[in-house]
Structures are given as C-alpha cells and as structure tokens.
Design a protein around this ligand. Structure first.
Ligand SMILES: [Zn+2]
Length: 389
C-alpha cells in the first residue's frame, strides 16, 4: 500500500500539471511554455503503467536531447527514487530547485520530491526541513504534513506529531482520532518516565478527550495512579476499560486486582467480573472469575460456576481450566465435563473453515473449484483439523 502511494503521487501530480498547463495556455497566460512532446507523454504513459525501465529510457533520451522540461526531470527523479537510486534522484531534484525559471508550484513540488528522496535515504533531519519548507510555502501541505507525521513518530517527537496530526485533522482529513489518542499516550509515558506524574496524568486525560474509546489511556492512568498510591482513582480508570473496550479488559485485570487490594475491597473483583462476563463472555474473564470464586468458596463452587459459564459460551481456555480444577480435587472427569467438551468441539468445528485458497488466503466451509476471492482455479486446499479454528 505504501509503495503504491509513492508510485501514484508523482504520476497524479504530473497529470494534474499537464491539465493545468493546457488550461493556462488556452487563456494565453503562459505562452512561453513549450507544449509537452510526444516523447514526454509516452514517458508519462509508461510511468502510469509502471513500466519503469521503458519510462526511464524515454525520459533519459529526452534529457539528452535537451528537451529538459521540469516535468521530465520530476518524472525522471521519481523513477530513480523508486528504483532505489536515491542519490541520482536527489541530484535531479536539487538541480531542479536551483533553476530560477521554475514556477512557484513546480519549485514546491520539487522540494516535496527532494524531501521524499531524503526520507527514503533515511536522512530524516534533511527530509524534515524540506517538508517544513513545503508547508511554509502553503502548497502540497497535506502530503508534506503526512510525511512529517511519519518522521515525528519515528523520532518519538510526540508533541510535534500531535500538532501535525491535529493540523491534518483540521484540513478535513478523517481517521486521526485513534492516532491522536495513541500519540497522547506515548507523550504521557514520556512525561511519566521523566518523573512528571502530574503532566502524565493531564496528558492521559487529553488522550481520553481526543479519543474517548482509548483503552490504553485508562490502562496507563490506572498504572500511574496505583504507583502514586491513589488506588481509588486507579480502580476508576481500570473499571472504565470494561465500558470502553471489554476485549482489552483482561489485560488490565492484574492492575485492577492490585488496586482493589489497595482500597481494601478485594471482594469487589468477583462481582465486577461477574458483571463483565455477562456483557462479554470472554474465556479469560471466565477463568479469572472462576479463580476468584475458588479462593472464596472453594474448588467445587468454582467448577459449578465455570461449567455454567461454559455452557453459555464455550472457550478453550475455560475448558482447560475446568478440566484442571476437576483433576485437582481428585475427581475423574465426569459426564458433565465430557458433555461440555463435546459441545465445545461441535461449536469449534462448526465455526472453523475447512478449505483455504493457497493463493489469496480465502477461507471457506465449502469446496470451490474456482476461488471466489481471487478467481484462480483449483487453489482451495483442505485444511488440517486443527487449522482454520
Ligand atoms: Zn484465492
């Protein structure tokens, strides 16, 4: 996907220019521009068709015969970059920027391209400076900001990354809510590691206001409050995960148990888990609840509870715990457990795929001779019994 974006970026920009230039010639504003040659259009066509070697050949020939429009050089530069010849791409783009005849938009685009060269070469500080210049020129801002965001994330510059993500969001680009929440979490971890717990707490609150579904923020907040001896606040943060993203709750249960102990309410774990299991019949929650019941009321009670839960929702971890507990009280596996096991196997078997395409990974219950996923013939293979669960 990433590769595809790199590829489409110059081609899209070039075709945009071509249309723009044709339009401006009709209004007579740039009579000095030479019309794009046949060779140039052919080169562009090769580029669009990903025939990079042919494109390179045509464009290089154009350059040799002196038909050196800015477009030719940009196209040539992007072909070199995509072939991994980054130093040649850098030289071409740098030459272009130094030309006084370039229009403002051409120059900004060349700056962007040069930034992408340096980014590919791993020279991130150079790339960063170039993208900042592009943003300052107020053209191709969204592309430059997206690159800057990638660089700031890579360098762990969380403050700058957040600011950049917010600017992108301000440009009307969606999909930054979760990312900003995660970036705030990183920023909070940094503040916490630097000994500033208050700043970390504030930042986590901002993570939650940026993304109310950010379970990681509550996990971190719970850990932070617990470390600060504020167990009541820790309980509140951990418990909130059950509302936000119940599937992630099992990750926070050790912290929650410790926080309950901190406020002297160890019994609360059992009722909280019972409440959560009703909402999210997760195997890990069931096992945890069974362990709590076992501590308080003994193994027999735990086995009873777990059996009831597993009848509603079979889970591999749950059944393993049930068998282990039954063994531990010295009882043989009774008909009750055997029946649960049989039900479980049936459900697991019904839910699994029996065939998978070895070309595209398409999985199915029936055998197709032509894969509905990739339309290839005879690529679906039967799966082993334990595969596809
Ligand atoms: Zn397929």
């Amino acid at each position: 996907m990433h590769e595809l974006l790199w590829l489409l970026l110059p081609a899209a920009a070039l075709s945009g220019w071509w249309i723009g230039r044709r339009g401006s010639r009709e209004t007579g504003r740039s009579a000095g521009d030479p019309p794009p040659s046949e060779a140039y259009l052919q080169g562009l066509n090769y580029l669009l068709n990903e025939e990079r070697d042919k494109a390179l050949e045509v464009l290089t020939r154009m350059e040799e015969v002196g038909s050196d429009t800015a477009e030719t050089h940009l196209a040539l530069g992007s072909v070199f970059r995509r072939r991994g010849e980054v130093d040649r791409a850098i030289r071409i783009h740098q030459d272009l920027i130094d030309r006084p005849s370039l229009t403002r938009d051409q120059r900004t685009y060349a700056l962007l391209a040069l930034g992408e060269d340096y980014m590919k070469a791993g020279v991130l500080d150079r790339a960063e400076a170039l993208f900042q210049e592009v943003v300052a020129q107020d053209a191709h801002v969204d592309q430059a900001l997206r690159h800057l965001l990638t660089i700031y994330e890579h360098e762990g510059e969380w403050g700058q990354a957040i600011e950049t993500a917010r600017r992108l969001e301000g440009l009307g680009e969606g999909g930054y809510r979760v990312r900003i929440g995660q970036l705030r979490c990183e920023q909070a971890r940094q503040a916490w590691a630097g000994g500033d717990a208050d700043q970390a707490r504030k930042t986590l609150r901002r993570a939650l206001s940026a993304d109310p579904g950010c379970a990681r923020a509550n996990m971190l907040l719970g850990d932070l409050e617990r470390e600060q001896g504020r167990h009541k606040a820790a309980v509140k943060a951990y418990e909130a995960i059950g509302q936000q993203d119940p599937a992630l709750l099992p990750e926070a249960l050790d912290g929650l148990a410790a926080a309950y102990a901190g406020v002297g309410r160890t019994g609360r774990m059992e009722s909280f888990l019972r409440e959560m299991v009703t909402r999210q019949p997760d195997g890990r929650l069931m096992v945890r609840l069974a362990n709590e019941v076992r501590q308080r009321q003994g193994t027999e009670a735990a086995i009873r509870e777990l059996t009831l839960m597993l009848r509603r929702q079979p889970s591999l971890g749950g059944i393993r715990r049930l068998v282990a507990m039954t063994q531990s009280v010295g009882e043989p596996i009774g008909p009750r457990e055997v029946q649960i096991l049989l039900d479980l196997f049936e459900k697991l078997e019904a839910g699994r795929s029996r065939y998978r395409c070895r070309q595209c990974g398409f999985a199915s219950w029936t055998l197709f001779w032509q894969c509905p996923g990739c339309r290839a013939w005879a690529t679906l293979r039967p799966l082993d019994e334990t595969e596809g669960m």
